[in-house]
Design a protein around this ligand. Structure first.
Ligand code: HEM
Length: 315
């Protein structure tokens, strides 16, 4: 009885959830700019070949775009969100996106949005570093605004515990399993000492002693320059290979960030980490579908927003 009376509202919810992404389509540029996808892929592959880390930086840029007022390229606008705490002195790859945008503009004037370029670049980065591929729904448009306060409130900081992380991702519609899968992005890239120092000196039980000792010389206890900006790999085993070793490291208490290790510390996410650690295929599949879902967060479509001519400023 109860379940049949719930049916209409469940159906409505499903329709609403589908409607945002229903307006996006993988073939959106098939006639208006047929060479766009190949051009973006070639440029990303070249940038990653030149510097491995760029693949990680572009993936992170997309995450930081989507979690703040949706995947609308707001993070690419100069100032604003770029000054927010999780972003300032840390986000990278803007010049790569600008250069790709210039190439795509030369092909098709004001047709391909910066939000779509960034979404494709994230996928192509993962592929360039040996990870899974997926089909990207397209047709996002670019925002007219960016919001620094929202970037500060909606992007999770590295000192978050499992409860906070679950809430942060839950607020965007992600399950615990999806949050753990997306965190697997930390199988590539680097973090600055200021973001993992506490873990080295104040978390003796949840960190492997030899791992902590190996990081301390490059991340000394006194805070401030020059130590703060020193870098360490997020995945100590295979820092630039997009595999499931991140989860194997967590099982060995070798997560770099506090927010990494809380996924495997005797709490409710342990079994998910174990599953991804033992099955590369399970991780790849979960990561790819969670990335599609993240890319579908709050897109501007139709006549909303604009297609920017230059990704760093509104037209
Ligand atoms: C679970 C919550 C998350 C937290 C607290 C977090 C936090 C961080 C922090 C603090 C850094 C290092 C920044 C620096 O020191 O400059 C970082 C790097 C990175 N993050 Fe996350 N992150 C999270 C989830 C994600 C997600 C969902 C993705 C993508 C799907 C992602 C992708 C990356 C990548 C690829 C890097 C390395 C970037 C580079 O080397 O340039 N992160 N993250």
């Amino acid at each position: 009885m109860a379940s049949s009376s719930l049916l209409p509202s469940v159906m409505l919810l499903l329709c609403l959830a589908a409607s945002a992404s229903a307006q996006l389509s993988p073939t959106f540029y098939a006639t208006s700019c047929p060479k766009a996808l190949d051009t973006i892929k070639a440029a990303v592959t070249a940038a990653v070949k030149k510097e491995n880390r760029m693949g990680a930086s572009l993936l992170r840029l997309h995450f930081h775009d989507c979690f703040v007022q949706g995947c609308d390229a707001s993070v690419l606008l100069s100032g604003n969100e770029q000054n927010a705490l999780p972003n300032v002195g840390s986000l990278r790859g803007f010049e790569v996106i600008d250069s790709i945008k210039a190439q795509v503009e030369a092909l098709c004037k004001q047709t391909v949005s910066c939000a779509d370029i960034l979404t494709l670049a994230a996928r192509d980065s993962v592929v360039a570093l040996g990870g899974p591929s997926w089909t990207v729904p397209l047709g996002r448009r670019d925002s007219l605004t960016a919001n620094e306060a929202l970037a500060n409130s909606d992007l999770p900081p590295p000192f978050f515990d499992l409860v906070n992380l679950t809430k942060s991702f839950g607020d965007k519609g992600f399950s615990l399993t999806e949050m753990v899968a997306l965190s697997g992005a930390h199988t590539i890239g680097q973090a600055q000492c200021l973001n993992f120092r506490d873990r080295l000196y104040n978390e003796t039980t949840s960190i492997d002693a030899a791992f902590a000792a190996s990081l301390k010389p490059n991340c000394p206890r006194p805070t401030g320059a020059p130590g703060d900006g020193n870098l360490a790999a997020l995945d100590v085993s295979t820092p630039y290979y997009f595999d499931n070793k991140y989860y194997v490291n967590l099982q060995a208490k070798k997560g770099l960030l506090h927010s990494d290790q809380v996924l495997f510390n005797g709490g409710g996410a342990d079994n998910i980490v174990s599953n991804f650690a033992s099955s590369a295929a399970a991780f790849s599949g979960a990561f790819a579908s969670a990335m599609v879902k993240m890319g579908n967060l709050g897109p501007l479509t139709g006549s909303q927003g604009q297609v920017r001519l230059s990704c760093s400023k509104v037209n």
